[in-house]
Design a protein around this ligand. Structure first.
Ligand SMILES: Cc1cc2nc3c(=O)[nH]c(=O)nc-3n(C[C@H](O)[C@H](O)[C@H](O)COP(=O)(O)O)c2cc1C
Length: 291
């Protein structure tokens, strides 16, 4: 790798003029941001998680802003894969950048079942398999903490698609490097590092949590060094590209993650404050590197 890292990237055999991907759950299926002309500077969009059946998600309140970040407990709310195929993917056909579909499940088999249905569409270039959700069928711990389970999920997905897929790991428990290796053994074409960190807010006067489900996923620019370390560890351990996810608020953060070994860099929470964040980060990076 040369330093400073190049802004233009080659990923999954395609040329990307921007390394910035819009992270799952923060950009819908891209169409609203397209309507608002916010996709300039985005290399790719990752969809909201799609499960086999429709999910209402967790009961509200499910978002809480804290002094230094955001707690979210959306609970994979989505209309289910058949609705996505019929109504959301056709609308996403006009996106100016590639789309990846984030897939979640409650059992090992559900991931492949969802991908099988999505295979009839040609709108997306590949998948992001979210193994950070709880494995309801096997005790409720996230799929991603057990490399054997990650291997089985990845093998199942490999069997039903020829498209590339990234496995998105959890930082909450397990050994991310071992899970990443298992994903690659199972056929993953990239690893996304990583999903949100478990967090909680308690009102000290009442002992109550604002977030209905109590424990949530925490995102914050202050988590950047935790993500940089994990990107560095995983990218040194696997042969496939790493997509970073977490902690980005400035152009130099994207560059740092590329320098740590990421091939592409996702932004999520930043988009909620700054819908034009992708273009803003690109401008900052171009100024910093002169590229
Ligand atoms: C409101 C919200 C919803 C999210 N939904 C999903 C999801 O459906 N699937 C997923 O894999 N990650 C989901 N995430 C995690 C993001 O994709 C991303 O990994 C995380 O926010 C870290 O990046 P950031 O620090 O730039 O926000 C969600 C995050 C937020 C804030």
């Amino acid at each position: 790798m040369s330093f400073p890292p190049a802004i233009r990237r080659k990923f999954w055999g395609r040329d990307f003029s921007s390394p910035v991907m819009l992270a799952s759950g923060t950009a819908g299926f891209g169409e609203e941001l397209l309507d608002l002309q916010c996709l300039s500077g985005a290399g790719a969009v990752v969809s909201k998680a799609v499960t086999f059946n429709p999910r209402e998600g967790n009961l509200p309140p499910r978002l809480l802003e804290t002094p230094f970040g955001l707690l979210n407990s959306i609970g994979l709310a989505n209309p289910g894969v058949y609705h996505v195929v019929k109504h959301l993917l056709p609308a996403a056909a006009g996106l100016p950048c590639p789309l990846l579909i984030n897939v979640a499940g409650e059992s090992v088999d559900e991931f492949a079942d969802v991908v099988s249905v999505l295979e009839e569409c040609s709108v997306h270039i590949g998948y992001e398999i979210n193994v950070s959700c709880p494995n309801a069928a096997e005790g409720g711990a996230a799929f991603g903490v057990d490399p054997d389970v990650v291997l089985r999920v990845a093998q199942g997905v490999s069997k039903v698609t020829g498209r590339p897929f990234s496995v998105k790991l959890t930082p909450n428990g397990g050994d991310m490097v071992q899970s990443a290796k298992a994903a690659v053994e199972g056929g993953a074409s990239a690893i996304t590092v990583c999903n949100t960190f478990l967090g909680m807010h308690i009102d000290w006067e009442t002992g109550k949590c604002v977030i209905k489900r109590k424990v949530a996923g925490y995102t914050s620019p202050a988590l950047l060094p935790l993500v940089v370390a994990r990107v560095w560890q995983v990218s040194n351990a696997v042969s496939v590209p790493v997509i970073s996810s977490g902690g980005v608020s400035r152009g130099e953060d994207v560059l740092q993650l590329l320098a740590a070994g990421a091939e592409m860099v996702q932004i999520g929470t930043r988009l909620m404050r700054r819908p034009f964040a992708a273009g803003e980060l690109m401008d900052e990076m171009k100024k910093l590197t002169g590229e």
